[in-house]
Design a binder for this molecule. Structure first.
Ligand code: GRF
Length: 215
């Protein structure tokens, strides 16, 4: 499956996907990376690994609609079959999502539906949650609330700062995001409304639901 990856910043999740491909765990091709920010660290990674990449900025379009049409057009042109939001800091409208029905996934640093939106790790700390984590979900119109594909949980420690907690969650993001890409590419997801099951996966063991097989 050809991947299109949308980024806005550091790109460590992009890096995790690149490494999974290099190790031969993922058999995908990164057809295009799009950043909505000039100078994002993710772009340096694209240059390093010679990945096709473009910068498409919201500010360059009067209407959000036109920005999204440009994104969808570029992805289509590159032959993208699965769109991965990996730290893409914008909410996509139905207009974009209709171009890739059930083919857009996002990684979010909390156990959704808790702590959606910005600074999810900080929200978990401030709330006093003892457990948080990360979620890979299908993207729908509702912010960070599409059907959950995989989650990993992470304890919140008394000495945690937003940075230490974010770092601990990030290690799990780098596992569950490539794993979900693999499951989707293998055609193993079964979606029933909001419920998503992975064919042949082992369920019921913490901290992963379902058990990860490759990461
Ligand atoms: C990650 O924490 C991801 O969950 C959130 O944005 C951050 C992106 O990090 N959506 P990176 O750019 O992949 O390093």
């Amino acid at each position: 499956m050809n991947l299109g990856i949308l980024v806005s910043g550091r790109g460590s999740n992009l890096q995790a996907i690149i490494e999974a491909i290099q190790k031969g765990i993922l058999r995908n091709r990164i057809a295009l990376v799009i950043s909505d920010k000039e100078g994002a660290q993710a772009i340096e990674r694209c240059e390093k690994y010679r990945l096709a990449h473009r910068v498409i900025k919201r500010e360059d379009f009067k209407k959000k609609e036109d920005f999204e049409l440009a994104l969808a057009g570029a992805l289509r042109e590159a032959g993208v079959e699965l769109v991965v939001l990996a730290g893409f800091m914008r909410v996509l409208s139905p207009l974009f999502l209709q171009s890739f029905p059930m083919k857009v996934i996002n990684i979010h640093p909390s156990l959704t539906p808790a702590f959606r939106g910005l600074r999810a790790q900080g929200q978990a700390l401030e709330y006093g949650a003892r457990i948080t984590g990360c979620t890979v979900h299908f993207v729908t119109e509702e912010l960070d609330n599409g059907p959950v594909i995989a989650q990993a949980c992470v304890p919140v420690l008394p000495e945690d700062s937003e940075e230490t907690l974010s770092q601990r969650i990030l290690e799990h993001e780098h596992r569950i995001l490539p794993q979900v890409i693999k499951w989707i590419s293998e055609g193993r997801l079964r979606v029933e409304g909001r419920k998503v099951w992975v064919e042949g996966a082992r369920y019921g063991t913490l901290p992963f639901n379902p058990d990860l097989e490759d990461f």
